[in-house]
Design a protein around this ligand. Sequence first.
Ligand SMILES: [Ca+2]
Length: 421
Amino acid sequence: MTPSPSRPTIAGSLTLALTLLPGVLGLTMASAQTAKPVVPNAASVPSAAPAQKSLGPGPWTLDTLKQRIRVVRLATLVRPWGLAFLPDGAMLVTERPGRLRVMRHGVLDATPISGVPKVLTSGFDGLLDVAVHPAFAENHLVYLTYSKPNEDGSVQTALFRGRLEGTALVDGKDVFIANTPIPKANQQSVTSRIVFGRDGTLYMTVGSPNQDRLKAQDPNSHRGKILRLKDDGTVPPDNPFIGKSVFGIPYQPEIYSLGHRNAMGLAINPETGELWQNENGPSGGDEINIIRAGHNYGWPFISLGREYDGTPMEMAREGMDQPVFHWSPNPSVTGLTFYTGDRFPNWKRSIFVGGLMGKRVDRVAFNEKWQPIGAQSSLGAEMMLLELGQRIRDIRQGPDGFLYVLTDENDGAVLRIEPAH
Ligand SMILES: [Ca+2]
């Protein structure tokens, strides 16, 4: 994807400058930072939440709007978080406590892959997403995002790269570490997804902690941004904010888009090549966005949701993009995949997302112009897998045309959705 020339993303109004600067300068801003109750965002619900309904071995046959499906439990993993497929069809799956696993022909290899970095495992931190280099067949490169613990107890979001040789990642190293560590005293989990674009650059989301939400608009911080990197972690020369600044504060050159809360899903539209993303809103306002170079997606200034105490939020501002689809109430969306396979012809041009609090998978159908068919909000989504009662962490289409689903549990499951006849 070639970034289009960026347009001004921050209106130069005095009001906005006054809103932004205190956060940038680290000053207290009563209206946005201290007056609101501190409520964890959806990614930060304590892991000691009420016990999950036990899933059982399955399989399950379920009816959906367009398709009878069979859901098969392939494996049990601890808090599986992200998955990616190798060219030979094998599947890599991360476990949040810090293990990378491999499945071949639907069977889990008992031995985790060695060479994975040490991760922070408190809260919802840990080993996060996994992506495979587009030229994996030649270079065997695998990428991981994770919560990198520092000696002072703070945590940073890092991108790690290693070469997969047999059951080991070798020559592994951090190729990029996002700035703005989250201090130990203020620790709040943030997430990171990664995906390769058609031009071979890598997009990486870096979450914005709810307690320091203005970081999502701070040009000097990687938090609350989507970054665009070369495959070695360096800056592509055509990134939209290179050499630019706002109110005299230079942008970090890795930034591709800003104003994001906690992005949980990231995928390339297989038809248009555009980058699509989903992120968690506050109370209501989970959203799917089409990400364009240099654009501002509004957080924390605008949202279609409300503050946790019920206070309405500003819903629109000039120069800030609206989502293509949004939810209220929130399922806490996570994972995002476009269905392009042949196993479920009725699901072509559908997007699937997981839901943590919603304990379900949502299908959203799109028309030829990539507009949602019907409602542009929750009513336009088909809820699936509610019968299983599981927090869903990720969903991806496999090269075999089946859908693969991860549940967010200590005895989490890798599920495969197949047609039932
Ligand atoms: Ca937004």
